[in-house]
Design a protein around this ligand. Structure first.
Ligand SMILES: CC(C)(COP(=O)(O)OP(=O)(O)OC[C@H]1O[C@@H](n2cnc3c(N)ncnc32)[C@H](O)[C@@H]1OP(=O)(O)O)[C@@H](O)C(=O)NCCC(=O)NCCS
Length: 212
């Protein structure tokens, strides 16, 4: 438990559009039906996420995540403003390896390592997603969503939680859009960092999928 598993090849997810069950675009589809389909595409074609596997992170993964973050800003955007800069693999690991944190890496063959993130047990209540980053080369391909969903599957396996939370900088609209798409809602601002927002999602936001 807690070691993840294949997280990408399971049930289709996300945006659903296109052909419905029993519908066909094969050679026998009458012309009128094709025309109707083009005008009003059905809404249940399923987009399969990129296949990927979540596993416990190693120091080599920390080094890779650091290499994806060549500036203080790009590092602190995901690792938090308290991490040291300049950073080494060891200093970053020391700064993020909290006692309540479990650190994961996302592999996606043939790309290799594409993502990195943590599940924390915040206030012994919340499954708190943290330190989420996707390799710059692989952004915009769905791995961020796959990573977050995989972490959200792990959180209740690791801890007795009532809901999911995370912190995000308010000037990170891409990440905020990702979290909204996963069912997170904006909550209050961090008491010490007014540019950091708490987001929260209910446990039932995680759809039950085959293999869970
Ligand atoms: C935020 C991050 C993890 C997203 O990863 P990603 O693999 O690019 O995201 P995905 O391809 O899975 O996108 C999923 C959704 O996120 C949103 N999204 C992601 N990047 C976005 C961007 N640049 N602008 C707007 N929306 C964006 C979209 O809603 C997207 O859904 P859609 O493709 O259906 O429109 C990635 O950009 C990253 O690592 N950023 C640097 C580190 C960071 O900011 N981490 C978050 C710390 S809180």
């Amino acid at each position: 438990m807690g070691n993840g598993g294949n997280v990408g090849q399971e049930k289709p997810w996300g945006k659903e559009q296109g052909l419905g069950a029993g519908q066909t675009m094969g050679p026998r589809a009458p012309r009128a039906r094709i025309f109707t389909w083009i005008q009003n595409p059905p809404t249940n074609i399923r987009v399969t996420p990129p296949p990927a596997t979540l596993r416990r992170a190693t120091l080599a993964d920390v080094a890779a995540a650091l290499a994806w973050s060549p500036t203080r800003e790009s590092l602190q955007q995901w690792a938090g403003s308290t991490v040291r800069w300049p950073a080494s693999t060891e200093s970053l690991w020391a700064d993020i390896n909290a006692a309540d944190a479990t650190t994961f890496a996302l592999d996606a063959p043939p790309h290799g390592l594409v993502g990195f993130g943590q599940v924390r047990y915040r206030e012994k209540t919340f499954g708190h997603l943290a330190r989420i980053i996707v390799s710059p080369r692989h952004r915009g391909s769905g791995f961020g969503r796959v990573l977050c969903r995989a972490l959200m599957r792990e959180a209740p396996r690791l801890h007795n939680i009532t809901c999911f939370t995370l912190y995000v900088f308010t000037d990170n609209p891409g990440a905020i859009a990702l979290y909204h798409s996963l069912g997170f809602e904006d909550k209050n601002f961090h008491p010490d960092y007014p540019n950091v927002m708490l987001m929260e999602a209910p446990l039932h936001t995680m759809p039950v999928e085959e293999g869970d």
